[in-house]
Write a protein that binds this ligand. Structure first.
Ligand SMILES: Cc1ncc(COP(=O)(O)O)c(C=O)c1O
Length: 430
């Protein structure tokens, strides 16, 4: 049952992309733990290497377990194709790689995961790329920041560390008007809560490390293509619209049409950058995705309950969770992710930096880790960890100031989580 276009989300998350194994009938998708694949004959090998036939050559490029995961995520996101890779950060590079070149820039939201701010502020400069950070609540400022060398607009649907919902449609309209793609990091929302392509996004990236796998076992990333962008409409995307020397002058867009981006990501991106997902990781993520909707509903239900409790507590300064009626983003949430604002949010502790540090040490159920999207509840003091490479101004802009803790609410019993926070707050603010 690989062809699932009319089925609903809960069915697709179990079946999309998968059929019983043709060799053995195995019902579960096997882990194809192989590096290479035997060619039928020399002509078959030549056709595969020329991209005249689709098939398996070498697991740096394609692997049958990964292929199931790619199709599953593409289906859940409403995309036409997807490519998995070794981490969420790898996915960001993979998404930008076909679009960018030396001297080109991206316009990105100020509200991003701290690691992404670092990647975009510093590391991409080594490729001759640059990034301008803009407040995405101001679409005109986004439009003003786009120049002739801008090749993409980048934001998170529900931003990590939480509390912020992006008006994806408004920013997609700005990107459309400029003739460039909008890339959405949908890690914190997942396609169950938000489908950015339906709001006009061209590409969706994921850290599959988080909610898609859901249990903190493996690293991974994914880039999903909507298949809706016309890469040949202007001369901005030569990697996709112009002849590719490595394939005898073939033009990816002309040859593969709507699948151009996905084919380029495999045939050039994975081939040469080598950020490949291993099939064991693909297996764990496939297992996780089977229960995505069930987990996300519970994450949201628990997050609302814990955030409401924290909001009324005197020891707490404020809670930034878009699922709270008091949030400035509550209304936008109904439009962008009506099933809920996810399981991630921040709160500020009275007592500042020192109280935060004490609190993370006192928590018993919450683990102090640099991760999110696990079934277990997690906590982190972003200013001293994930966001410590940022300036204080960037930390504040990202919602990760010194008195702020980020919670990733798990799927345990919410009352136990509240009791744990209560005892730790008492000790931290004594
Ligand atoms: C929203 C978001 N995007 C991307 C990443 C990077 O993903 P990875 O750690 O899998 O490289 C993270 C990691 O925390 C994240 O939270």
């Amino acid at each position: 049952m690989a062809d699932t276009p009319n089925l609903r989300f809960d069915t697709q998350q179990i079946h999309a992309g998968a059929t019983p194994d043709p060799a053995t009938g195995a019902r579960q998708t096997p882990i194809y733990q192989t590096t290479a694949y035997v060619f039928r004959d020399a002509d078959h090998a030549a056709a595969l290497f020329n991209l005249q036939e689709v098939g398996y050559i070498y697991s740096r490029l394609t692997n049958p377990t990964n292929a199931v995961l790619q199709e599953r995520i593409a289906t859940l996101e409403g995309g036409i194709g997807a490519v998995c890779c070794s981490s969420g950060h790898a996915a960001q590079i993979m998404a930008l790689f076909p679009l960018m070149g030396p001297g080109k820039n991206i316009v990105a939201s100020t509200r991003l995961y701290g690691g992404t701010v670092t990647q975009f502020s510093h590391t991409i400069k080594r490729f001759g790329w640059s990034c301008k950070f803009v407040d995405f609540d101001d679409p005109q400022a986004v439009a003003d920041a786009i120049d002739d060398d801008t090749r993409a607009v980048f934001g998170e649907a529900i931003a990590n560390p939480g509390g912020y919902i992006m008006d994806v449609r408004a920013i997609a309209d700005v990107a459309d008007a400029a003739g460039i793609p909008l890339i959405i990091d949908n890690t914190s929302a997942t396609p169950y809560l938000c489908r950015p392509i339906e709001h006009g996004a061209t590409l969706v990236v994921h850290s599959t490390t988080k909610y898609l796998t859901g249990n903190g076992t493996v690293m991974g990333g994914c880039v999903v293509d909507s298949g809706k962008f016309d890469w040949s409409a202007n001369d901005k995307f030569p990697s996709l619209s112009q002849p590719e020397e490595a394939y005898h002058g073939m033009k990816f867009h002309e040859t593969f049409g709507a699948m151009a981006f996905t084919f380029h990501s495999i045939a050039i991106g994975l081939r040469d950058l080598g950020m490949t997902m291993n099939p064991q990781a693909a297996h764990y993520t496939l297992m996780g995705i089977e229960t995505l909707s069930l987990r996300m509903d519970r994450h949201v239900q628990n997050a609302v309950k814990v955030a409401e409790w924290l909001e009324q507590d005197d020891r707490v300064d404020y809670v930034t969770y878009a699922g709270l009626k008091s949030s400035p983003y509550y209304e936008r949430m109904q439009k962008v992710c009506p099933k809920g604002a996810g399981g991630l949010f921040t709160f500020a502790v009275k007592g500042g930096y020192d109280a935060c540090v004490k609190l993370v040490n006192e928590l018993k159920i919450f683990s102090h880790v640099a991760n999110l999207g696990d079934t277990r509840s997690l906590v982190i003091h972003s200013a001293s960890t994930t966001h410590r490479q940022l300036t204080e101004e960037q930390q504040e802009a990202a919602g990760a100031g010194p008195s702020v803790l980020r919670l990733s609410i798990g799927t345990e019993d919410a009352d136990d989580l509240i009791a744990d926070l209560d005892q730790a707050l008492t000790k931290a603010t004594a």
